[in-house]
Design a binder for this molecule. Structure first.
Ligand SMILES: Nc1ncnc2c1ncn2[C@@H]1O[C@H](COP(=O)(O)OP(=O)(O)OP(=O)(O)O)[C@@H](O)[C@H]1O
Length: 257
C-alpha cells in the first residue's frame, strides 16, 4: 500500500547536501550530489548494494568527510564541527542499524535506561522511569518492560531497538535496512512503526533500503541512488514510471525475488 500523502513543508530542511562528491581512489561513490531532508518527512533512499548508501549516512554524521561540497545538519555545517560538537550533533540523530542488537543479559527496561543514563546523567529516577514507560508505549510494547530480549520475537526486538534510539528524543532518525532479514508480516509491522514514530515524535527520517514494499509504505518521498547520483526522486509511482533500464531492473529484481 502506498503511503497516504502528508503535507510536508519543503521550505524547511533539516539536512542539506550540496554538491557533495566522495571517492575512494578511482571509486567515485558520490558524484556532485544534492539532497534535502525536509522537516517531519520520511525520505527513502533506494539503491543496490555498494552504491554508497552507508557512505551517505557516514557523511551526514561526520564520520567521513566529503572531497567536495557542503553538508548541513540541523543548521550546523558538519564539515566544520570539532569532535565534541559532532558528538553533540549525533545525539540529535537516532541511528537504527541492522546490527544494533540489544544487550541479552539486560531486561527491556535496563536496555532502554542504558543510553539515557550514559548520555543524560542529570535525570532523576522518576524522569528515567517516565521516559522508559513513554517510549515503550510509543512502540506499543509497554507489557514487555520486565522481559529479557530472548523472550521477544524478532519484530518485538526490532521495536525495542528503535525505542532505545527514540528515548534520547532525536530530531532525525536514520533507519539502515529496517526490514532486512524479517519475514513479510514483521516487515509490515516495522513499516507501520516507522510511520507511527514519524507521527508521534515528529521526527524527520532517512530510511535506507532495497525493500520496495518498505519504500512504498513509509516513503513520503523516494530517491534512487544510481551510479553516484540521485537520478530519480518522487513518489513510488513516479520513481518507477520510467523506461530507464537501470530503474526497471531494480524494480523487476525486487518483485521476482
Ligand atoms: N572506507 C572506505 N574505503 C574505501 N572504500 C570504501 C569505504 N567505504 C565505502 N567504500 C566503497 O564505497 C562504495 C559504497 O559503499 P557503501 O557501503 O556506502 O554501499 P551501500 O550502498 O551501503 O551497500 P550495501 O547496501 O551493501 O550496504 C563501495 O564500493 C565500497 O567498497
Amino acid at each position: 500500500m502506498e503511503k497516504a500523502k502528508l503535507n510536508i513543508d519543503h521550505s524547511q530542511s533539516v539536512i542539506e547536501i550540496r554538491n557533495v562528491s566522495k571517492s575512494f581512489g578511482d571509486n567515485h561513490v558520490l558524484k556532485n550530489v544534492n539532497l534535502d531532508l525536509y522537516k517531519e518527512e520520511n525520505l527513502v533512499v533506494l539503491g543496490r548494494s555498494g552504491t554508497g548508501k552507508s557512505v551517505l549516512i557516514k557523511l551526514i554524521s561526520g564520520l567521513l568527510k566529503p572531497d567536495e561540497g557542503a553538508i548541513d545538519v540541523l543548521g550546523e555545517s558538519v564539515t566544520e564541527l570539532n569532535d565534541r560538537q559532532l558528538r553533540e550533533l549525533r545525539l540529535k540523530i537516532g541511528f537504527s542499524f541492522q546490527n544494533s542488537a540489544l544487550y541479552d543479559s539486560m531486561t527491556v527496561r535496563e536496555n532502554l535506561e542504558f543510553p539515557l543514563v550514559r548520555n543524560k546523567r542529570k535525570l532523576t529516577r522518576s524522569e528515567i522511569n517516565y521516559a522508559v514507560e513513554e517510549v515503550l508505549d510509543g512502540v506499543g510494547l509497554s507489557q514487555a518492560i520486565n522481559q529479557m530480549p530472548s523472550e521477544l520475537s524478532g519484530g518485538q526486538r526490532k521495536r525495542i531497538g528503535i525505542a532505545r534510539t527514540l528515548i534520547l528524543r532525536p530530531e532525525i532518525m536514520m533507519y539502515d535496512e529496517p526490514t532486512a532479514g524479517l519475514d513479510p508480516i514483521t516487515c509490515l509491522d516495522i513499516n507501520g512503526l516507522i510511520n507511527e514514530v514519524q507521527e508521534r515524535y515528529k521526527t524527520s527520517s532517512i530510511i535506507i533500503t532495497h525493500d520496495l514494499a518498505c519504500a512504498k509504505e513509509v516513503g513520503d518521498r523516494i530517491v534512487m541512488l544510481l551510479d553516484g547520483k540521485f537520478e530519480r526522486q518522487g513518489s513510488f509511482e513516479e520513481i518507477f514510471d520510467t523506461d530507464d533500464a537501470r530503474v526497471r531492473a531494480f524494480y523487476n529484481y525486487n518483485f521476482i525475488l
